[in-house]
Design a binder for this molecule. Structure first.
Ligand code: ZN
Length: 214
């Protein structure tokens, strides 16, 4: 019975896969070495910030950082996908923010604990509503403005592991399902947000999201 109740929710379950240290400039600013394979962690579906909602600073952290990231949506179920076929599993690219409780993450790292309290909390995953078709997935300019000032800017060609390599690596360990999202890591320039701030993300010249911090 309990099982039936749990499964009764018709909304499709999805997971959010996030890649860490995927841009050399960001790995350096955090004092991390660049990895030899993709590093990933998960956010649950409850981490998604509902559309058009502001982001409310949680009371358990004194240091919430923005991380702007290109986001890919999985369109086909797959497991153990070879990177040469990975492009069949996504079609479009979007933009999001991987909100991070940096103070909690530092403590977790020091102790060698998992990162969930710093990364998987409610509203920590912002995904713009629009997803775009792009000609060349290896050459996408994206940026983030805080209060109208550019704070992060990069291009998908700067990823240490491209989306096809990420899909191949992650799908060795877990099945990718339709609707899953992959956050592909953030470039340098991460920083704290405060009440009243406004974050606006762009792919090329297209505005992808606008979030108010409350
Ligand atoms: Zn991130």
């Amino acid at each position: 019975m309990l099982y039936k109740n749990l499964e009764g929710n018709k909304k499709r379950k999805m997971k959010i896969i996030c890649i860490g240290r995927n841009y050399e400039d960001h790995a350096k600013e955090m004092g991390n070495v660049t990895p030899k394979h993709p590093i990933f962690f998960l956010k649950p579906d409850s981490a998604l910030l509902p559309k058009r909602n502001p982001f409310f600073l949680p009371n358990f952290s004194e240091e919430i950082h923005y991380e702007v990231e290109l986001v890919f949506k999985i369109i086909k179920v797959g497991k153990a996908i070879e990177s040469q076929y990975a492009n069949k599993y996504y079609k479009q690219v979007g933009l999001g923010i991987d909100f991070t409780a940096r103070d909690l993450q530092k403590k977790c790292k020091e102790k060698g604990h998992p990162w969930e309290i710093a990364k998987a909390f409610d509203q920590s995953a912002v995904v713009g509503e629009k997803f775009l078709n792009v000609e060349n997935i290896q050459n996408i300019n994206f940026s983030l403005q805080k209060n109208g000032e550019m704070v992060q800017k990069s291009n998908s060609k700067n990823m240490l592991f491209n989306i096809d390599e990420i899909i191949s690596y992650v799908s060795k360990f877990m099945t990718l399902k339709i609707g899953d999202l992959i956050f592909t890591g953030t470039p340098a320039g991460v920083g704290a947000v405060n009440i009243g701030d406004e974050l606006t993300g762009f792919i090329e010249d297209q505005k992808m999201f606008n979030i108010k911090i409350k």
